[in-house]
Design a protein around this ligand. Structure first.
Ligand code: PAF
Length: 314
């Protein structure tokens, strides 16, 4: 964690609150300056009876392991200047709704979810608020309870989802950049989210069904049987959804490049399945299937993968 300091560029007290203390939330909290970052607890924290902070061991990408202590935002504390939402896609709408009472109407809210659909749902529900989405290739995991590892160095793009978010973009990028992680402003965040969606749609369900690391799907008969149809469906739905769509062959190339680069990694969906947690399938292949139905595009492969994952997970 960097030394205490006020986040340049953010209005108000410069404090950043993080909703969702999973690997991604702990990764950002581990890099943001001590004293500027708090976690929003799942349940209101009582100063008399509850732990006032979350403490964990953080292994940065470079350098020694550190013990990080991040205070919980108390109901009585001053309102933060920025809200980062790092919950699972399926929890996002409810989590934001339950915590909006401690977020001022003009405070930017940045959504860090995988997949598509939940970010748009938040922006549609609160169109007057400055809502932004982030697409990140940073990799973090928690190999043991109380221990978070920055496993893969990536980049993060942030862009506006609502009109009022546009004027906050530069200050949000500056504030997130104080972490030392690479953060870019992206006006066309919808395209960035789609580009990540493609990768997740081509890797996550296969790894969860086959229960294998990312690289092993590439030679598996089940993957080889379905990947071309899957990429055709993705290309058609993408074309209906955004302007700069990609052709099917490029989609397959990108999926396979990532599967090779992360060959020994366990995808988030395989990991959710193994831990008996709800997966994000509704926001990945499930989203593409839903959009396909709306657009009149046949999406049997996305639907099949969605159904298979739902049969396997809670
Ligand atoms: O969801 C994930 O696990 C990751 O986004 C990816 C790219 C599939 C690598 O594991």
């Amino acid at each position: 964690m960097a030394e205490a300091g006020k986040n340049q560029g953010l209005s108000g007290n410069g404090r950043i609150a993080i909703l969702g203390a999973g690997s991604m939330g702990q990764l950002w909290a581990g890099y943001l300056a001590t004293g500027t970052v708090t976690f929003i607890p799942r349940h209101e924290v009582s100063p008399e009876t509850d732990q006032p902070a979350l403490t964990y061991t953080f292994q940065p990408f470079e350098g020694p392991e550190e013990v990080v202590t991040v205070p919980y935002l108390l109901a009585t504390a001053a309102r933060p200047s920025l809200l980062m939402v790092t919950t699972k896609a399926g929890d996002t709408l409810d989590a934001v709704e339950s915590n909006l009472h401690c977020i001022s109407p003009d405070t930017p809210i940045v959504l860090f979810q995988n997949g598509m659909g939940c970010q748009q749902a938040v922006a549609e529900r609160w169109p007057q608020r400055p809502i932004l989405a982030a697409s990140t290739t940073e990799g973090a995991n928690r190999p043991a309870p109380g221990c978070t590892v920055h496993a893969g160095k990536g980049e993060t793009w942030v862009g506006p989802l609502t009109t009022s978010a546009t004027t906050h973009l530069a200050q949000v990028v500056t504030a997130l950049g104080t972490s030392g992680l690479t953060v870019h402003a992206e006006q066309d965040i919808q395209r960035r989210l789609w580009e990540k969606l493609i990768i997740n749609a081509g890797i996550n369900a296969f790894t969860a069904i086959l229960d294998c690391p990312n690289g092993d799907i590439l030679t598996d008969p089940f993957y080889l049987e379905h990947i071309d149809e899957l990429c055709d469906e993705i290309a058609k739905v993408m074309k209906g959804d955004i302007e700069k769509a990609l052709p099917s062959v490029t989609i397959r190339e990108r999926i396979e490049m990532t599967a090779r680069k992360t060959a020994r990694n366990t995808s988030s969906m395989r990991s959710d399945r193994r831990l008996g947690r709800r997966t994000e399938i509704d926001f990945i292949n499930g989203y593409i299937a839903r959009r396909g139905h709306e657009l009149g595009v046949d999406v049997p492969t996305n639907q099949m993968l969605t159904n298979r994952i739902k049969q396997l997970s809670p």
